[in-house]
Design a protein around this ligand. Structure first.
Ligand code: NDP
Length: 310
């Protein structure tokens, strides 16, 4: 099946060409604008060009290059019947877990205070807190949130997780859902991990009112999507002492502007949206699985629910 590469911002052939060559028995990769556009039923995309969808009248599915599909769902010209497919990669979930653990343990064991003391040449024992004394709240209990929650719980941190739909508590993990569930989770949480997909409901969710419900001296690990955090409110809650610090991997505008106050804030750690990538092989496997499903007329694995937005 022919698969057209659609991106205004990335060279998808350079990024994924080698991995896609491994699935060439099922997928023929073509560049945009492709000849015989009516034969194209599949695309791999990230920031697709605005004219792309009008050109391919028989497009049936477009695959994302990552776990989130918000970038594709936001495309104005995306026709209603086109399936949007995201990548589900267990290795990516594990990599996210490592990233979150780094920041969680850094907060619990006060690594940044020791780094500051070292710069000042100061020998000072700051004391230790057990993992059991640091409750963690995870927003989003999906493919990645579950892996992160399980790994954190296994290290002895009390974990609560929030999702849209209800679910029974699991060993070491309290489940919450809905508005009341969010309030309950925030009230018991010292380290808040945001792993929600970007939807109209999650946009602006992390505002001052909600951050102020956290335990005093809380720490935010923000790895979902930038627009979920009201950036000015983060600065305000750091300044008023509600938050002890924050690790930010995603931003309202990426790349982060050179003059943005986050860069130089002493209690903010910035990383460039690189908490964890889906592997090239996982992206190619998703394209191949979508091609196979389309050819066989079967449901497409990991197609997002376009009404729900994830
Ligand atoms: P999933 O779709 O598997 O899980 C999403 C979770 O969020 C589900 O538990 C879902 O609830 C919950 N959720 C969605 N909307 C709401 C809502 N309104 N209220 C409460 N809960 C809600 O996604 P993944 O775990 O695979 O990925 C999560 C996100 O992580 C991605 O969408 C992406 O934004 C981000 N990400 C960031 C990366 C980075 O490098 N920074 C890398 C990879 C992902 P329910 O279970 O009830 O459906």
């Amino acid at each position: 099946m022919r698969c057209v590469l659609l991106s205004d911002t990335l060279d998808l052939r350079a990024l994924f060409g080698t991995a896609l060559a491994a699935v060439a028995d099922r997928v023929e990769i073509v560049d945009h604008p492709a000849e015989h556009p009516e034969e194209v039923r599949l695309a791999l995309g990230w920031n697709p060009p605005p004219d792309a969808f009008a050109r391919y009248p028989n497009l049936a599915a477009i695959c994302s290059i990552g776990a989130g599909a918000d970038n594709l769902l936001a495309c104005p010209g995306l026709p209603e019947p086109v399936a949007v497919v995201r990548v589900v990669d267990p290795d990516q979930a594990r990599a996210m877990s490592h990233f979150v653990l780094w920041h969680l343990i850094g907060h619990q064991r006060r690594f940044s205070a020791y780094a500051e003391n070292q710069r000042a040449g100061r020998w000072q024992r700051l004391g230790q807190r057990a993992a059991a004394e640091v409750p963690v709240g995870i927003l989003g209990y999906g493919r990645i949130g579950r892996q992160v929650a399980a790994d954190i719980a296994a290290l002895g941190f009390p974990v609560a997780a929030w999702s849209r739909s209800p679910g029974a508590d699991e060993p070491g993990i309290a489940r919450h859902h809905g508005t009341d569930g969010l309030a309950a989770l925030l009230a018991r949480t010292e380290v808040l991990v945001n792993l929600l997909p970007l939807t109209p409901e999650t946009t602006g969710l992390l505002d001052a009112a909600r951050l102020r419900r956290l335990r005093p001296g809380a720490f935010l690990i923000h790895v979902g999507r930038g627009p979920q955090l009201v950036e000015a409110d983060l600065l305000a809650t750091l300044d008023d002492g509600t938050l002890a610090g924050a690790a930010l991997d995603v931003f309202a505008r990426e790349p982060l502007d050179a003059g943005h106050p986050f860069w130089r804030h002493p209690r903010i750690a910035v990383t460039p949206h690189e908490a964890c990538d889906a592997s090239d092989a996982a992206v190619a496997a998703a394209v191949a699985a979508t091609a196979e499903a389309l050819a066989a007329g079967r449901p497409i694995p990991h197609a997002v629910d376009r009404m729900r937005g994830y």
